[in-house]
Design a protein around this ligand. Structure first.
Ligand SMILES: [Zn+2]
Length: 326
């Protein structure tokens, strides 16, 4: 009951916050938050209820379930004015006999010059398919891993396509075959590099479905010391949203998700952001990683706090996020 009430409360706030005008009283003139759109826990839950449903059979690369997930994301892009970057939304590749496809959307920047620079946001929409059977359930739904990060990236896409508050261009990139060894992101990073994309940074959202234990920054960044990305985002956000997490270093999470191929190809700041801290979620790669285990107020809160941080990066006159000297 508690959760239900807080979701309803969240909706009330949203309906008040939508379409407030900017401080100058005009729409879109100052290029900042002339139209404040707040991401809703209910919208997030609706996407989660589908992406992590049994119907999608754990979204294994090459399965019928992942095809349904891909169509769902494509429709979300279409509905929300997010354009294809390639001829279609799909970036296809072969893994032996298996067909894989990433789903890629673009939001063009509003500034004539800065729109040539791209910020890449993403998460992996595939999962492992079947897991070890528990009480007759064999479907590994992958709600936290990584429908949560996928939905975060989709919601950032929706926000910027609607608000048009990004001077730089954005790619929303949802990867397949992460669970098979980062194959989807590797394919895309290589393809974009070969095409000469002018990429500035990449952020990968991994397992942001439940909050960390108290007293820590809301989220953490893998490869924290490789760049000034986290402190720069926090400066834009006006608070510490993203911190350092020793376990991320200990387990070398920087190399273990879809940010790594982008770092490798582009030698640019490319990190994963997560709220999974090894103690707050018992269902990693487990059949109980399900939609009803997610905290939708937390997810909405995280996404909403990230928006001004991302906006700062999209609109700064110069590239402030840089790799640290070794
Ligand atoms: Zn993952």
């Amino acid at each position: 009951m508690k959760k239900l009430l807080s979701i309803i409360f969240g909706v009330l706030i949203i309906s008040c916050a939508v379409k407030q005008k900017g401080s100058n009283g005009k729409d879109g003139k100052d290029g900042e938050t002339s139209e404040r759109i707040t991401i809703s826990p209910l919208d997030i839950k609706a996407s989660m209820d589908y992406l992590a449903s049994d119907e999608l059979e754990g979204r294994a690369t090459g399965s019928k379930g992942i095809e349904k997930a891909a169509v769902f994301i494509e429709n979300f892009f279409k509905t929300n004015g997010i354009k294809p970057y390639f001829e279609t939304y799909r970036d296809s590749f072969k893994l032996g006999e298996i067909d894989g496809y990433n789903i890629i959307g673009m939001i063009e920047g509003t500034d004539d010059k800065l729109k040539n620079e791209f910020i890449i946001l993403g998460g992996h929409y595939d999962h492992i398919g079947k897991g070890k059977v528990v009480e007759g359930d064999s479907i590994a739904n992958g709600a936290n891993d990584d429908a949560s990060g996928t939905i975060a990236a989709m919601e950032f896409g929706r926000y910027f396509a609607k608000s048009k508050t990004n001077k730089r261009s954005i790619l929303i990139t949802l990867y397949s075959a992460e669970e098979m060894g980062l194959k989807g992101s590797a394919n895309l990073a290589k393809r974009l590099k070969e095409a000469g994309l002018n990429a500035y940074t990449m952020l990968n959202f991994e397992m942001i479905g439940v909050p960390r234990t108290q007293g820590e920054s809301m989220a953490y960044m893998s490869g924290y010391n490789r760049s000034n990305f986290a402190p720069t985002l926090n400066k834009y956000a006006g608070e510490e949203v993203v911190g350092f997490f020793p376990k991320a270093k200990e387990f070398q999470l920087f190399y273990r998700s879809d940010n790594f191929p982008f770092f490798k190809e582009f030698n640019m700041p490319a990190h994963a952001i997560s709220t999974f801290d090894f103690t707050n979620f018992d269902y990693y790669h487990h059949v109980d990683d399900e939609a009803d285990k997610m905290d939708y107020d937390h997810m909405a809160n995280f996404i909403n706090k990230m928006i001004p941080a991302l906006q700062g990066m999209m609109n700064s006159p110069t590239k402030e996020v840089v790799l640290n000297e070794k």
